[in-house]
Write a protein that binds this ligand. Structure first.
Ligand code: CA
Length: 229
């Protein structure tokens, strides 16, 4: 399970150590030392998870968490707060600000990685390696295989990610820009009609096993993965 993780930490030695451990575990790490730098990175591309130091120069980690949670585009990003504080009240404040979890320094790399995995499993199921199956359509992230009623379905890498995102976020409408954010990661240089192109390819690949109807167009809004007609 490799994730794009935004690490916001102002102490260079700690930033280096955490980034090293995340890289070792296969994650891709973006780093920021200030709230401003962090928010700029988030504007460019949505990370899969944010590791947020509580004490930062200027705006605090709590401020950043609140800002991310108050914006429609960023409110679902999983957040783990890093802090030297261990006070129960601080923990409550951190969680109330919108953090999904809380880890007190010093922590072991193993503990941090376990927390990241747990939060991603809960908040971003498309990031985990769990196989998903809906009405005979099965997608396995580990083997990278998709099948319909047992028959192999060949998908390109983008169609695979798109289908994985849909299957782990069923029954809701996703706009083209949300899909670009979630599936492409970086929506700055990609046009929204690119989404339509890949949806068409995905549907046509799913036709052979009759699963194309699961990908539904919601007129004027976007797309939905649904078992209901
Ligand atoms: Ca700090």
């Amino acid at each position: 399970m490799a994730a794009n993780i935004l690490l916001v930490e102002d102490e260079p030695a700690i930033q280096e150590l955490i980034a090293f451990n995340l890289n070792q575990a296969g994650h891709h790490v973006l780093r920021a030392s200030t709230a401003e730098a962090a928010l700029t990175l988030v504007r460019n591309a949505l990370p899969d998870l944010v590791l947020l130091d509580w004490m930062l120069p200027g705006a605090s980690g709590v401020d950043i968490a609140k800002r991310l949670r108050s914006d429609e585009r960023t409110k679902h990003i999983p957040i783990i707060m890093l802090t030297a504080r261990s006070d129960e009240q601080d923990k409550i404040t951190g969680l109330e600000s919108g953090a999904d979890d809380y880890i007190t320094k010093p922590f072991s790399p193993r503990e941090l990685l376990a927390r990241i995995k747990a939060v991603l499993r809960r908040r971003a199921p498309q990031m985990t390696d769990d196989a998903v199956e809906v009405q005979g359509l099965r997608l396995d992230p580990i083997t990278h295989r998709v099948s319909g009623n047992g028959d192999t379905i060949d998908l390109g890498p983008t169609e695979f990610r798109l289908l994985h995102f849909f299957m782990t976020h069923p029954e809701r409408v996703h706009s083209r820009s949300q899909l670009l954010d979630q599936v492409w990661g970086d929506h700055v240089f990609v046009e929204e009609r690119t989404v339509d192109v890949h949806i068409r390819r995905l549907r046509s690949s799913l036709e052979s096993t009759g699963h194309d109807g699961l990908i539904q167009t919601v007129r004027g809004t976007g797309y939905r993965f649904s078992t209901q007609q």
